[in-house]
Ligand binder design. Structure first.
Ligand code: ATP
Ligand code: MG
Length: 576
C-alpha cells in the first residue's frame, strides 16, 4: 500500500482537551477525528488497527465456542421497563420517539434484547449451553466524555451473553470467557490486572474487570504480590485492632458547636483530629432511612453500603429525611439513640474499633465528646450491622498484606448474571425431568476502542506510538529516503512488493517529502518495523532495518532485506 494514496493526516497541534498521551497521539497520527463531544470518526490507519483488534477478539470468541450474531442498535424502551433497568440506565440513554410514537433507546448494552431473543428460540436443555456475541456500536450519553475514545459516547463493544442450565454450566462458560479474555489482551500486547468488581445495577454475583494500569482512570487496590486485586467498591480491608482507651472515658459530654456542621469545621473548632470523629451519614435505602457510621477520616462507599443493607437503590437522604430521623439540622447527626429509629444502623468496622470518639448530638449546633462505641450506641442488635462500608485507604491491609493503590482503565468485564434477566423475560427451558427453569446467564464485554487507546497509552515515546505488531495499522513501513533517485525507488518498491506477496502488511512511504518528515511520520504512526532505503546505503549494498522501539537501525545487505524483515517480524509475533 502506498502512503501517498492513503489519508494519513498527521498533525502537530492537538486540542487542549486532549489530556493524555493516547488521546493526543491518536489525533496527531491521523487515527481519529472528533465529530462532536464523545464521538469520533476513524480514519484509515485507526480503522485498520481497530479491524485487527476486532479480528483477534472474533477469533478468540469463536475458539471459545461463542457464536457471532448482530442485534439492532435501536431498542424498544418497553423491554427495559420489564426488567426495571430503565430507572438506572435513563441517565445515560440516547432516547427518541419514532414517527409512530414508540419510545426507543440507542443500545447502551444488550442484556434485555439478547434475553428476549433467546426466550423465543430456546425451549429445551438440549439447546444449551449457548453463548452469543456481537461486535456492535453502543451509545451512552456519558456525562463527561474523557480521554478521547476511552470514554466516548459512541463506541464499539464486543458483548457476549452465555445461557446455561445450571450453576456448574455457568461457571464453565464464565471460565471459558475469562480464558479467552486473557488470550485477547495478551495478543493485543496489553499488560493487565484482573480485579474483583462490584455488580452494581447489573444484578448477579461474581464479576471481574480486566484493567490496564496507566496512571489515569479508576482506582485499583491490590496487595504488592498481586495475590489480591479489587476495585475501590469491592476492596475488602482488614478491621483495625480495637483501640485501647487507657482509662475508662468519662460520660458523654455535649459541646456547643454553633454552625460547625462539617468534620473539618468541628475539628478546627474543637481541636480534634478527623480520625477521632464518628461521621454519621443518613441514607435512603429503597426509601427507608439507613444510617452509616464511618470514621471522620474515612469515606463511606455506597456500593459496599448497598450490598451490606441488601438494598436495590441507596442514596444520601434528602435534608427532610435527615431532620426527621435525627431531630436536628444537617451536619449534627450522631449515633446515640438512633438505632431504634432507623431501618438499619450500619457501623463500619473501623468505628467499632475506636475506643472513644466525637459525634453529632442529634441536636442542631451541638456535638458530643466521649462517645464510646458499644457503650453509648449498640454494636449489635436486630437492625444493627457491623460491616466494611468505607473506601480502602493507604495504610490498610487485606489478609495482613498492605494495600497499594494505582489507577487503570477497564478494557473488559466478565459477569455472572444468574437468572435475573431470564426470569423476567422468559428465557426458560425444560430440564431432563420436564421441569421449566430459567437459564443462568453470564455477560462479557470488551471495549474495542479502549484496547487501541490503551495500547498507545502504555506504548509510546516522545516521538509517537509504539504499537504491538498484532494491532499496528501496518506491520512494516518501507521508507524511500531519496524519492528522486530511481535506483532507490526501484529497490524500495521491490522490497515492498515482495513483502506484500509474502503476506506482510506493508506500507511504502513513496511521498515526495524530506527524509526528516518521513522519519517523523513513521515514528508517529507507530509501525513496529521500518526498512529504510537510501542512496548512500544502497551504494554500499545495504538497507537499514529498525524496530520502532529500538534506538538504532541495523544495516542489512539489500539482497537479504526481505528475509531479514520477515525474520524480525516473526520474532515480534512470537512474543504476543
Ligand atoms: P466504565 O466503568 O469505564 O464506565 P462500564 O463498567 O460502564 O465502564 P461495561 O458496561 O462493563 O462498562 O461495558 C463493557 C466494556 O465496554 C468496558 O469494559 C469498556 O471496555 C467498554 N466501555 C464502556 N463504556 C465505554 C465508553 N464510554 N467508551 C468506550 N468504551 C466503553
Ligand atoms: Mg464494567
Amino acid at each position: 500500500m502506498r502512503y501517498s494514496q492513503l489519508l494519513i493526516p498527521t498533525v502537530k497541534e492537538v486540542p487542549a482537551e486532549a489530556e493524555i498521551a493516547s488521546h493526543r497521539l491518536m489525533i496527531r497520527a491521523g487515527f481519529i477525528r472528533k465529530l462532536a463531544s464523545g464521538t469520533y470518526s476513524y480514519l484509515p490507519l485507526g480503522w485498520r488497527s481497530m479491524r485487527k483488534i476486532i479480528e483477534i477478539v472474533r477469533a478468540e470468541m469463536n475458539a471459545a465456542g461463542a457464536q457471532e450474531i448482530i442485534m439492532p442498535i435501536v431498542q424498544p424502551v418497553e423491554l427495559w421497563r420489564q426488567t426495571g433497568r430503565d430507572e438506572v440506565y435513563q441517565e445515560i440513554w440516547g432516547q427518541f420517539t419514532d414517527h409512530h410514537g414508540r419510545e426507543n433507546v440507542l443500545a447502551p448494552t444488550a442484556e434485555e434484547v439478547v434475553t428476549a431473543l433467546v426466550a423465543g428460540e430456546i425451549s429445551s436443555y438440549r439447546q444449551l449451553p449457548l453463548n452469543l456475541y456481537q461486535i456492535q456500536t453502543k451509545f451512552r450519553d456519558e456525562f463527561r466524555p474523557q480521554y478521547g475514545v476511552i470514554r466516548s459516547r459512541e463506541f464499539l463493544m464486543k458483548d457476549a451473553y452465555s445461557f446455561d442450565v445450571d450453576a456448574a454450566g455457568l461457571d464453565e462458560s464464565y471460565r471459558k470467557m475469562y480464558a479467552a479474555y486473557r488470550r485477547i489482551f495478551a495478543r493485543c500486547g496489553l499488560e493487565y490486572v484482573v480485579v474483583e468488581a462490584e455488580s452494581g445495577g447489573m444484578g448477579g454475583t461474581d464479576t471481574e474487570e480486566f484493567m490496564v494500569p496507566c496512571g489515569v482512570g479508576d482506582t485499583i487496590v491490590a496487595t504488592a504480590d498481586g495475590s489480591y486485586a479489587a476495585n475501590i467498591d469491592r476492596a475488602e480491608v482488614d478491621p483495625p485492632p480495637k483501640a485501647d482507651a487507657g482509662a475508662e472515658p468519662g460520660p458523654p459530654e455535649e459541646v456547643h458547636t454553633p454552625g460547625f456542621g462539617s468534620i473539618e469545621a468541628v475539628c478546627n473548632f474543637l481541636g480534634t483530629e478527623p480520625r477521632e470523629m464518628i461521621k454519621t451519614l443518613v441514607y435512603s435505602a429503597d426509601g427507608k432511612p439507613a444510617v452509616a457510621l464511618v470514621r471522620g477520616d474515612h469515606e463511606s462507599n455506597e456500593a459496599k453500603l448497598t450490598r451490606a443493607v441488601g438494598a436495590e437503590r441507596l442514596a444520601l437522604a434528602e435534608p427532610e429525611m435527615i431532620e426527621k430521623v435525627t431531630g436536628a439540622g444537617v451536619g449534627f447527626a450522631g449515633p446515640m439513640g438512633l438505632a431504634g429509629k432507623v431501618h438499619k444502623l450500619i457501623i463500619d468496622r473501623a468505628v467499632a474499633a475506636m475506643a472513644v470518639g466525637v459525634a453529632g448530638a442529634n441536636k442542631t449546633d451541638y456535638h458530643v465528646r466521649n462517645v464510646v462505641p458499644g457503650r453509648d450506641f449498640p454494636l449489635a442488635g436486630e437492625n444493627v450491622l457491623l460491616a466494611d462500608v468505607r473506601n480502602a485507604v493507604e495504610g490498610d491491609t487485606h489478609g495482613g498484606k498492605p494495600l497499594k493503590f494505582s489507577s487503570g482503565v477497564e478494557v473488559g468485564h466478565v459477569f455472572k448474571l444468574g437468572p435475573k434477566y431470564s426470569k423476567v423475560l422468559g428465557a426458560n427451558f425444560l430440564d431432563e425431568s420436564g421441569a421449566e427453569k430459567p437459564c443462568l446467564m453470564g455477560c462479557y464485554g470488551i471495549g474495542i476502542n479502549r484496547i487501541l487507546a490503551m495500547a498507545i497509552e502504555t506504548g509510546h515515546d516522545e516521538h509517537g506510538c509504539i504499537l504491538p505488531v498484532s494491532i499496528a495499522p501496518f506491520e512494516v513501513i518501507v521508507l524511500i529516503l531519496n524519492s528522486d533517485n530511481p535506483a532507490v525507488v526501484a529497490a524500495a518498491e521491490r522490497i515492498h512488493d515482495e513483502l506484500a506477496a509474502a503476506g506482510v502488511d506493508v506500507l511504502l512511504d513513496d511521498r515526495e517529502a524530506r527524509a526528516g518528515v518521513k522519519f517523523n511520520d513513521a515514528d508517529l504512526i507507530g509501525i513496529p518495523l521500518r526498512v529504510t532505503v537510501g542512496a548512500r546505503g544502497l551504494k554500499q549494498g545495504n538497507v537499514e532495518i529498525k524496530r520502532r522501539a529500538d534506538a538504532k537501525p541495523t544495516a542489512v545487505p539489500t539482497a537479504d532485506a526481505v528475509a531479514e524483515t520477515r525474520k524480525v517480524l516473526s520474532q515480534m509475533k512470537e512474543r504476543l
